[in-house]
Design a protein. Structure first.
Length: 206
């Protein structure tokens, strides 16, 4: 993250896509670590190509997926790494700075508690990539979402509001909401307090 929002050097690849000094630095660091710990393994990565020499085991790396977001200062990018053995992908991992499962969200939770005038259960907190969910001390449910500013501008929010026009179906009561701009991270945050539904779901979302 040391190059993020600090005007890194930017070049164009033959396919006209962008590559920054952060892309190359991340890839070189990962290659060096792999070669030191697993010298017999191959590496296939986006910026410096294929170094496999027909090894059965190889690492596949995209140092920055969504480089355009990175360049715009939007924290909606990730480093992707996969391990392949004999042509079969065995594992894949992603590291993303805006993944709410990976970052400390206490300051956001406190802001929601103060804004909505309630307390949230940290023990039962549900974390997903872009959302948090928790039971409140007044028996309701609070959903917190982080959304890049460009997504709000092009897509809006809409989910809960749109549901309000539906009639004749079961849906949780929507009580209040709170939203604010996080200028430092180019994000909008939104919290919605709804009725707490304890019945088992009919189906899971995909």
């Amino acid at each position: 993250m040391r190059h993020f929002r600090r005007r890194p050097r930017v070049d164009r690849k033959p396919d006209r896509t962008y590559v920054t000094q952060a892309d190359t630095a991340i890839e070189l660091e990962l290659r060096a670590r792999i070669e030191k710990k697993y010298p017999a393994h191959g590496v296939l990565a986006e910026e410096y190509g294929d170094r496999t020499s027909n090894q059965e085991t190889r690492w596949i790396i995209d140092p920055i997926d969504a480089t355009h977001s990175y360049l715009r200062g939007v924290p909606a990018f990730a480093t992707l790494i996969a391990l392949e053995r004999a042509g079969v992908l065995e594992v894949g991992v992603m590291s993303a700075p805006s993944d709410l499962r990976l970052i400390d969200c206490e300051e956001v939770i406190v802001s929601v508690e103060e804004g909505l005038g309630l307390g949230l259960d940290r023990v039962g907190l549900v974390r997903k990539r872009r959302t948090l969910g928790a039971r409140s001390d007044r028996g309701t449910w609070v959903r917190i979402e982080a959304r890049p500013r460009w997504r709000v501008a092009s897509q809006g929010w809409g989910g809960i509001e749109a549901a309000q026009v539906l009639t004749g179906i079961a849906k949780p009561e929507w009580y209040r909401s709170l939203s604010w701009r996080d200028a430092d991270n180019a994000l909008w945050w939104r919290a919605d307090e709804t009725e707490l539904v304890t019945a088992a779901p009919i189906n899971t979302g995909v």
